[in-house]
Design a protein around this ligand. Structure first.
Ligand SMILES: NC(=O)c1ccc[n+]([C@@H]2O[C@H](COP(=O)([O-])OP(=O)(O)OC[C@H]3O[C@@H](n4cnc5c(N)ncnc54)[C@H](O)[C@@H]3O)[C@@H](O)[C@H]2O)c1
Ligand SMILES: Nc1ncnc2c1ncn2[C@@H]1O[C@H](COP(=O)(O)OP(=O)(O)OP(=O)(O)O)[C@@H](O)[C@H]1O
Length: 293
């Protein structure tokens, strides 16, 4: 079994989690552990003396059986840029704040690894979005996918932008707002939620179009089929606007036509048998919490 480990920091919690994982995996027979070099560089800068050196890799290929992300949700979003379309199952150990996607708590690492080695887990398949622009933009040559959302937002101005929106070549509306979020089911509990979007379960074949602070009482989040092709054209006082794919941003000019579609690959998130999305909703977002319950 070949396992990759990724992280973005080597603070006390991450180090503690890393050491537990490292010892566990190194005591297993027939397990090769590789640290993604971006993480290894951070470890090397911060590691205490006598810390073992490890096998390092720049990229992942489909020979890997598992990627362990140590951090929070931001770290998972970065970790999946290494996985791309290679179908490597991903699990997140939460040493960050919320950990909605990174569901394994530090104190539960060993039982979680025991469950994985006993093949006692489910795979939650997550759909992603991809973007195309006319004219083409180099920013999207690589890493052209988002697990949470693709968001359009104003840049260098307090002035609103307009986002003309077509669904499968049919005009929907022109939003007057700070921007527009196209969210996957996974992203429905992220930025879209903060802008009034609904939560949808990860196995739903839908996307959500959520305006960011629309200056209009009739602009509401819209749930559409995930096979829809979405076309956007931005206008505003500035000549440029921002587009984000999860945590990555690029600047585009107003003459750009944006096409957003479901990507043709998925990310496989490992879910332990005693976990579920609904459970995470209650635990992490305090779903429906009411003193009377
Ligand atoms: N106002 C907002 O709510 C807002 C604004 C910008 C970005 N975001 C989210 O942050 C993500 C980027 O993460 P980051 O760590 O680089 O930024 P960050 O450090 O600002 O963290 C954003 C927060 O969103 C949470 N989050 C991320 N994805 C989530 C998901 N699928 N479900 C539930 N919570 C989730 C994270 O746990 C974190 O607490 C974006 O994809 C977007 O969804 C949210
Ligand atoms: N580039 C970075 N440099 C230094 N520390 C970082 C960097 N990115 C993340 N971290 C730290 O790593 C930890 C995990 O970060 P991450 O963004 O994954 O999660 P988070 O935002 O803390 O939690 P969550 O996203 O679950 O709310 C945090 O302690 C964060 O401060």
């Amino acid at each position: 079994m070949k396992i990759a480990i990724f992280g973005q920091a080597f603070n006390a919690q991450t180090q503690e989690a890393f050491v537990v994982i490292w010892h566990y995996l190194n005591n297993k027979k027939d397990v090769t552990v590789c640290i993604i070099s971006e993480f290894n560089n951070i470890i090397q800068e911060n590691k205490p003396h006598n810390f073992p050196d490890s096998q390092v890799t720049n990229t992942l290929d489909s020979s890997f059986n598992l990627l362990i992300s140590i951090g929070g949700d931001g770290t998972i979003l970065r970790a999946i840029t290494y996985v791309h379309d290679k179908n490597i199952p991903v699990i997140g150990v939460n040493t960050g704040r919320l950990g909605f996607l990174a569901t394994i708590q530090s104190q539960a690492i060993i039982p979680a690894l025991d469950a994985i080695f006993a093949n006692s887990y489910k795979i939650s398949e997550r759909h992603l979005l991809t973007i195309q622009t006319t004219p083409q933009n180099d920013a999207f040559n690589t890493l052209n996918f988002a697990l949470n959302e693709i968001a359009i937002s104003r840049k260098n101005t307090t002035s609103m932008i307009t986002v003309e929106t077509q669904l499968n070549n049919e005009y929907l509306t022109t939003y007057w707002s700070d921007g527009l979020i196209i969210s996957t089911p996974t992203g429905s509990t992220g930025y879209s939620l903060s802008c009034g979007g609904p939560v949808i379960t990860p196995d739903t074949n839908s996307l959500i179009i959520t305006p960011i602070a629309p200056h209009n009482l009739s602009a509401r989040p819209l749930v559409i089929k995930d096979t829809t092709t979405i076309q956007l054209k931005v206008d505003g006082r500035e000549d440029y606007f921002l587009v984000s794919l999860d945590s990555r941003i690029a600047t585009l000019s107003n003459d750009t036509i944006i096409t957003i579609k479901k990507a043709d690959f998925t990310i496989k998130m490992i879910e332990l048998l005693e976990e579920s999305f609904l459970d995470t909703l209650r635990k992490k977002l305090l779903w429906g919490e009411d003193k009377r319950n």
